[in-house]
Design a protein around this ligand. Structure first.
Ligand code: C2E
Ligand code: MG
Ligand code: MG
Ligand code: MG
Length: 286
């Protein structure tokens, strides 16, 4: 049936698909090596308070320095890691590395108020995640308030009962939790109210089109108002130009990130960027 076909059990009877499967198997094998051989790193994208442009944090985005120079982005390899179970190991690595990078930046005289990391829904099924996060924070002398976890709205209903206690325990550590890509996934407003969260991140598809499409602009406005009513912080991602940033600021959107501010960059470059940003800010304040 079409269903088993999609699940992959009929894959080997379809030559075109079996080629695809072979490629994925190969990429997955390379990803295992990437993790072991240090080919992964985190790129940081600065996040600003839109009012006043103060640096409030940075989102850690996973990057793969592929040995053959292949450009494989997280949108490609994260789903693969999720399907294979490798996401557990990769996710743990990300937690460790983000805390380590934060401590390194701190030591360089570049105190980042907050680092946000992306969590896969699969990681939230493991109660041991809580200790893992607590240990990483402690090991690097990082206050929990400096860590933010981004979870996707699609963290599905079937997982709800299993996921909720994990989220609650994580938040009890003192860190913040935000819903990523808000507006694209499963929106159960009742559930949103029950979740132990601190903020919403508006999906970049709306932000990118908001000046061209009146309906996208209305969606953004509505999410900003919703966040306001629920007393949640609201962040816009994918701000590609100043005009969008200005409009978001007028709407009352609290924070933002995007190419108009900065592209994701290695921790070492973030250090220099922060210094320049502070100078820029001081200049514009005078
Ligand atoms: P996301 O968490 O929604 O991240 C935002 C994506 O938008 C990033 O893509 C970022 O590079 C991109 N972006 C930022 N500003 C702009 C802009 O102004 N314009 C445009 N066009 N794009 C912008 P990236 O880095 O390719 O990551 C894609 C997705 O992969 C992320 O979406 C996230 O869901 C996932 N991901 C990345 N790192 C991790 C990780 O460490 N763990 C997990 N589980 N998922 C990750
Ligand atoms: Mg994110
Ligand atoms: Mg997002
Ligand atoms: Mg995303």
């Amino acid at each position: 049936t079409a269903k088993t076909h999609h699940r992959g059990s009929a894959l080997r009877y379809d030559p075109a698909m079996s080629h695809d499967t072979r490629q994925r198997t190969q990429l997955l094998e390379q990803l295992h090596h990437a993790l072991a051989d240090g080919e992964l790193y985190l790129a940081y994208q600065p996040q600003l308070a839109l009012d006043g442009r103060r640096l409030v944090g940075a989102e850690a985005l996973l990057r793969w320095r592929h040995p053959q120079g292949l450009a494989v982005g997280p949108d490609q390899f994260i789903p693969l890691a999720e399907q294979s179970g490798l996401i557990e190991a990769i996710g743990s690595w990300v937690i460790q590395r983000a805390c380590r990078d934060w401590a390194w930046l701190q030591a360089q005289g570049c105190p980042l108020p907050r680092v946000a990391i992306n969590l896969s829904p699969i990681q939230l099924r493991r109660p041991a995640l809580v200790d893992e996060v607590a240990d990483a924070l402690q090991q690097h002398g990082m206050p929990a308030q400096a860590l933010e976890l981004e979870i996707t709205e699609t963290v599905g209903l079937p997982d709800h009962l299993q996921t909720l206690p994990v989220l609650q325990a994580l938040r009890k550590l003192g860190l913040s939790i935000v819903i990523d890509d808000f507006g694209t996934g499963y929106s159960n407003l009742q559930r949103l109210q029950e979740l132990p969260i601190d903020g919403l991140k508006i999906d970049r598809s709306f932000i990118q089109r908001m000046l061209q499409s009146r309906s996208c602009e209305r969606i953004v406005e509505t999410i900003v108002q919703l966040a306001d009513h629920l007393q949640l912080r609201v962040t816009a991602e994918g701000i590609e130009d100043e005009a969008v940033l200005a409009r978001l600021q007028t709407m009352g959107c609290h924070e933002g990130q995007g190419w108009a501010i900065a592209r994701p960059m290695p921790a070492a470059d973030l250090h220099a960027w922060c210094a320049e940003h502070i100078t820029r800010q001081a200049r514009s304040a005078n």
